[in-house]
Design a protein around this ligand. Sequence first.
Ligand SMILES: Nc1ncnc2c1ncn2[C@@H]1O[C@H](COP(=O)(O)OP(=O)(O)OP(=O)(O)O)[C@@H](O)[C@H]1O
Ligand SMILES: [Mg+2]
Length: 267
Amino acid sequence: MNGKVIAIVNQKGGVGKTTTTLNLGYALAEKGHKVLLIDLDPQGSLTISLGVDDNDNLQHTIASLMGMEIEEEQLPSKNEYIITVEKLDLIPCNIELSGIEVSLVNAMSREYVLKCVIQEIRNDYEYIIIDCSPSLGMLTINALAACDGVIIPVTPEYLSAKGLEMLLKNIGRTKKKINPAIDIEGILLTMYVERMNLSRAVKQMIEDAYGKQIHIYSSCIPKSVRVGESSLNSVPIIQYDRKNPVSIAYENFAKEVVRYGKSITDK
Ligand SMILES: Nc1ncnc2c1ncn2[C@@H]1O[C@H](COP(=O)(O)OP(=O)(O)OP(=O)(O)O)[C@@H](O)[C@H]1O
Ligand SMILES: [Mg+2]
C-alpha cells in the first residue's frame, strides 16, 4: 500500500479546513479505507476536535517528530506517536509546532522534513490527510512538498475567492521547484447557503475563473449550526448527526475524492 497524501490547504482562516479533514477522514474510514490524519496547525484544532484535550502534555506530536527529523534522530516506533480514535488514526499537534516552524528556517532540506516523517508510515495507510494552518509559511510548504494532492476549501465570500489566486500561485511555485507531483485535486465550497445570492455569485465567479483548469467538487458543503455542536462533543458531524445535510454532503464529497483520485491515476 502506498498511501495517498492529501493536504487540505487555504491560507485564509476559518474556511472549513479542519472540519473537512475530520469528516473526509471519517467518511473514508467508514467505507473501510485505512486513514491517518495529521494535525499540522499549531492551534491543534483537529487534535482537540477528536477529543484529545490535554494535547499540551503529549509526549509525541507532529512537532516532536519533525524536531527529531531536523536533528537527524531516530523516530520512535509508530505505536508511540499515533493515537487511534475509533476508526481514525491521528498524529496530534500542539503549540510546540510554532517553535518548529521557526527552527525550520535554518534546517537542512527544510521543505522536506514532514515528507521524511510521513515516509516512515506511508505504507500503512490508503489515505493520509494533512490539516494545514491558515498560513503559507514553512509548515504549509512542508505539507505541499509531502503531498500528492491538494484540496482547497473555500467559503462563498468575495475575499475568500480572491485569496485563491495567491494560493494557486504558491502551489504552482512549489510544484515547479519542490514537488512536481502535486495535483490540485479540487476546490470544495464550504458553508454554502444556496438561497443567498452572494453564495451563488461567488460560486459562479470561481467556476468562471478556475473551472476549466481545476476540478470543482459538485458536492458543496452547506452551513449548519450542528457543525459547531458536533465539535463541542468532539466528534465529526457525520457521527453526531448522520442525517444532517452537512454529513450527507461530506459523504458524497468523500465518494468524489475516491472517484476523482482514481481518474487521475488512470490517466
Ligand atoms: N458547514 C459548516 N457549517 C457551519 N459551521 C461550520 C461549517 N464548517 C465549519 N464550520 C465552523 O466554522 C468554523 C471554522 O471551521 P474550521 O475550523 O473547520 O475552519 P479552518 O479553515 O480549519 O479554520 P483555521 O483556519 O482557523 O484552521 C468552526 O467554528 C466550525 O465549527
Ligand atoms: Mg483549522
